[in-house]
Write a protein that binds this ligand. Structure first.
Ligand SMILES: [Zn+2]
Length: 441
């Protein structure tokens, strides 16, 4: 039994003072109020649940700061992203992802959903182990101390125009498995363990044509462990225009027709939705995985967060391309983009913001995400006396703190970050080495 004590903690029913967490194995055995007992580890500031980063492409971390010169669009950004993707192999991906996940841990992330589509060698040939890249990501997360769901992504076509789907371009060949059954055969060789799980993803309606979408949904419905299904949805107007032109319907309508929508489905971005799309996602109790720092960086637009919640959908948050890895910034982005969009303040409640930041169940970890007895023992301690947080009431820490204010992170009862130090050492150096190595190749 390990004990932690915090002067403030954000419990499921709100802020509490003087809280002791009794951890047995990887779960909270008891949570009780009272002054610290002698053998309890004292956490500074306010204790929060671990954050869930529900949408990540680990290798995009190598693009940070390298895509801003010369203006451009989402589509010119994408060509730079392909330049990074073609340099990856199982060894350098392990190194880069480990450092990226360590950066997430330092920021208070305890679970990540990795939307993984760089499967094969650059020419599209499978590695000797066809899951060498996915297993590198699993290993990276284990070593970095972050729970991972490998959202193994089906990617079959190179794009969509009014004339239909294009074949994979040369730089996309390594993403593709050829067809849904080959994708399923490969993914069936991946296994869950204590801290990694396997989920599924459709890259987008651009990358998976209508007939294969339906086949995919049938396969996933049969899988015992593949209950989580994510897809990029309506991030850019061009996707909607192509989908309307070729299929005569929106991406959400196409996914709905295929049977994809349901409580286990997450629509990533969900930026450009019609009223009917919002109603469909809400009726299905699906989740919209917003990535505010990415959506503003890529000039995607602002999704209808309030309307989705009101329709019955849920929200989660991801750092996607990792222009920033800071769950506080994503939470503030969610609320502040709503304010800019509507000219009203207070669009989402504190409870709604915390729910979005801790939606571990939307990536398959329903036993994590709250400071309650029986839940996975994740704790994030946030300094309330930093230059950023000094004077901020503990219950409003999300409005002011940054990743730099996270002092301690415990995941499944294990300390991963202590006194702002990750257990792997200097994360800035790990990132520098991994990124320099990738671009020098
Ligand atoms: Zn993405």
């Amino acid at each position: 039994m390990t004990k932690y004590w915090a002067e403030f903690a954000i419990l499921p029913d709100g802020l509490a003072r003087n809280v002791t967490f009794h951890i047995e194995g990887d779960v909270f055995d008891r949570i009780e109020s009272g002054q610290p007992q002698g053998d309890a580890h004292r956490l500074p500031g306010v204790a929060l649940p671990g954050f869930a980063n529900t949408h990540s492409h680990a290798f995009h971390r190598a693009l940070r700061g390298r895509t801003h010169s010369g203006g451009g669009t989402f589509w010119t950004w994408r060509s730079r992203m392909y330049d990074a993707a073609r340099r990856l192999n199982p060894d350098n991906y392990l190194t880069l992802a480990r450092a990226t996940y360590a950066e997430m841990a330092l920021a208070g992330v305890t679970s990540v959903g990795e939307f993984h589509y760089v499967h094969h060698a650059p020419d599209g040939t499978p590695y000797d182990n066809p899951n060498a890249m996915g297993e590198a990501l699993q290993q990276a997360a284990r070593e970095a101390g972050v729970r991972l769901t490998l959202l193994d992504t089906c990617y079959l076509a190179g794009g969509l125009t009014a004339d239909g789907h294009q074949p994979l371009a040369p730089e996309q060949r390594r993403f593709g498995d050829g067809d849904v059954s080959a994708w399923a055969e490969r993914v069936s060789q991946l296994w869950d363990d204590a801290t990694t799980r396997v989920g599924t993803a459709i890259h987008s309606v651009r990358a998976v044509p209508r007939a294969q979408l339906q086949e995919f949904v049938q396969y996933v419905g049969q899988g015992q462990t593949w209950q989580t299904m994510h897809a990029h949805v309506s991030e850019q107007p061009a996707e909607n225009e192509a989908c309307e032109a070729f299929y005569g319907m929106t991406p959400v309508e196409l996914l709905s027709e295929a049977g994809a929508l349901g409580p286990n489905f997450s629509a990533v971005h969900a930026t450009h939705l019609t009223g009917a799309d919002i109603a469909s996602l809400g009726n299905a109790r699906a989740t919209a995985a917003f990535c505010p720092t990415t959506e503003r960086d890529l000039a995607d637009g602002i999704g209808p967060a309030r309307e989705l919640l009101d329709a019955g959908a849920r929200l989660s948050l991801g750092s996607d391309q990792h222009a920033v890895i800071d769950p506080f910034e994503e939470v503030r982005g969610l609320e502040s983009h709503e304010r800019l969009r509507t000219l009203h303040r207070g669009r989402l409640s504190q409870d709604e913001l915390i729910a979005a930041a801790t939606a571990h169940d939307t990536i398959g970890w329903s036993e994590a995400g709250a400071l309650r007895e029986g839940a996975k023992a994740d704790l994030v301690a946030v300094d309330l006396e930093s230059p950023r947080t000094a004077g901020v009431p503990a219950e409003f820490v999300l409005t002011a703190a940054t990743a730099a204010d996270v002092t301690d992170v415990i995941r499944d009862g294990d300390p991963v970050v202590s006194d702002r130090q990750h257990r792997l050492g200097d994360v800035g150096r790990l990132l520098t080495e991994a990124i320099d190595n990738l671009w020098e190749k």
